[in-house]
Design a protein around this ligand. Structure first.
Ligand code: HEC
Length: 207
């Protein structure tokens, strides 16, 4: 039993570490790498340290929080029960957890994909304009009312293939659970490293 637990822990740590690498080539790219022309220049009289747009930081904090919250919850259930059970949990909790993360950071927030599993993850109207430039890392632009809009890529890590991989990679019972909950599912057949979708985030204009 002890051996089994140790093994389980090792597996779950590897899986979690893998999930940290959604953008394998660019590790959590800092907001300052963003093209300057798209974001408002800081006021002349602001100190050097404030050069990074605080709203970009707010946006990225929301994205990382959502990523960690969702994957933390999924891996908890996957290791304690099974990936099949985690599909059910994902279905029930992903949207509420997303809304809670949005509230925590005072932003609008979501995930989307060109191959959706959950139709509730449809992107906002403005998403397409930014997505093309966000495949390698986060991209920001300003909306018509001065809001900051951001899109960041989501790449498949090893653990994700249990529920988004090719047929032979899906964990036991996952295909059946997906059939039951998502008869229109388009989100299998991915390989680790593939672009699975995007986070999108919107921060209101400065008051
Ligand atoms: C336990 C199975 C499971 C695992 C593991 C899993 N997902 Fe999902 N994923 C789902 C389910 C179910 C949904 C639909 C519910 C939701 O999250 O809105 C979903 C939705 C998504 C979405 C939202 C777009 C859509 O198609 O609805 C993205 C993006 C996504 N997953 C990426 C990932 C990535 C990246 C990983 C690994 C870091 C991962 N998933 C791991 C089951 C899983």
């Amino acid at each position: 039993m002890r051996k089994y637990l140790t093994l389980l822990l090792a597996i779950s740590l590897i899986a979690l570490a893998a999930c940290e690498q959604e953008t394998p080539d660019t590790e959590e790219p800092p907001a300052e790498e963003e093209p300057a022309e798209e974001v408002p220049e800081p006021d002349e009289d602001e100190p050097e340290e404030a050069a990074e747009d605080p709203r970009q930081q707010q946006a990225m904090a929301a994205i990382f929080d959502l990523r960690d919250t969702l994957m933390g919850r999924v891996m908890e259930v996957a290791t304690e029960e099974s990936y099949e059970a985690a599909v059910h949990v994902c279905r029930d909790e992903a949207i509420p957890l997303t809304e809670e993360a949005a509230q925590r950071h005072d932003v609008e927030l979501g995930r989307t994909s060109d191959r959706l599993r959950n139709q509730d993850n449809t992107a906002p109207d403005w998403f397409d304009e930014l997505a093309d430039q966000a495949t390698e890392g986060p991209h920001f632009a300003e909306g018509p009312a001065g809001e900051l809009r951001g899109v960041a890529p989501i790449r498949l890590a090893e653990a994700c293939a249990n529920c988004h991989g090719t047929e032979d990679q899906l964990a036991d019972g996952v295909a059946e659970a997906l059939d039951a909950h998502y008869p229109e599912d388009q989100a299998t057949g991915y390989e680790p490293g593939d672009l699975r979708g995007f986070f999108w985030v919107e921060v209101a204009a400065d008051q």
